[in-house]
Design a protein around this ligand. Structure first.
Ligand code: ZN
Length: 138
């Protein structure tokens, strides 16, 4: 196990723009504010989304695009460095017509979204390729 210690620096509420891509808006905010380590959580709704899961045997992501207008029941993630840049890693649970689906978030068109971003102060973890899993981990 690896552990990284941080102090909390700032906390932000973000209200994302209708029709714009969720991760792009988050990343733009992170870059503008020079945030390299953070915890992210949120709620809201999406017009569409592309989410997926990591196939552990095939070592690749399986992606699926959903066009149902769905609630973001839960969104959580973290921010660290990858290939020298700020990298948000976000998972979501979406709900539509009493069905749930979720996974790794690749993109989402925002209907409404409220994010809570907690900027962390400390040495930012950097993702590197991990041989055992095939993932880019700290
Ligand atoms: Zn993921």
């Amino acid at each position: 196990m690896k552990a990284f210690r941080f102090d909390v620096r700032n906390a932000f509420f973000l209200r994302l723009d209708y029709g714009a891509e969720l991760l792009s808006q988050l990343k733009e905010f992170l870059i503008e504010n020079n945030i390299k380590s953070a915890f992210v959580t949120g709620i809201g709704a999406v017009i569409s989304a592309e989410i997926g899961y990591y196939d552990q045997k095939r070592r690749e992501y399986v992606k699926k695009r959903f066009t149902e207008r769905s609630e973001i029941l839960s969104l959580s993630g973290n921010v660290s460095l990858f290939e020298g840049g700020t990298f948000p890693h976000v998972h979501v649970v979406l709900g539509y017509d009493n069905r749930l689906y979720g996974g790794h978030l690749f993109s989402a068109e925002v209907f409404a979204c409220e994010l809570f971003v907690v900027e962390l102060l400390g040495s930012p973890p950097e993702r590197r390729h991990d041989e055992q899993t095939g993932l880019n981990l700290w």
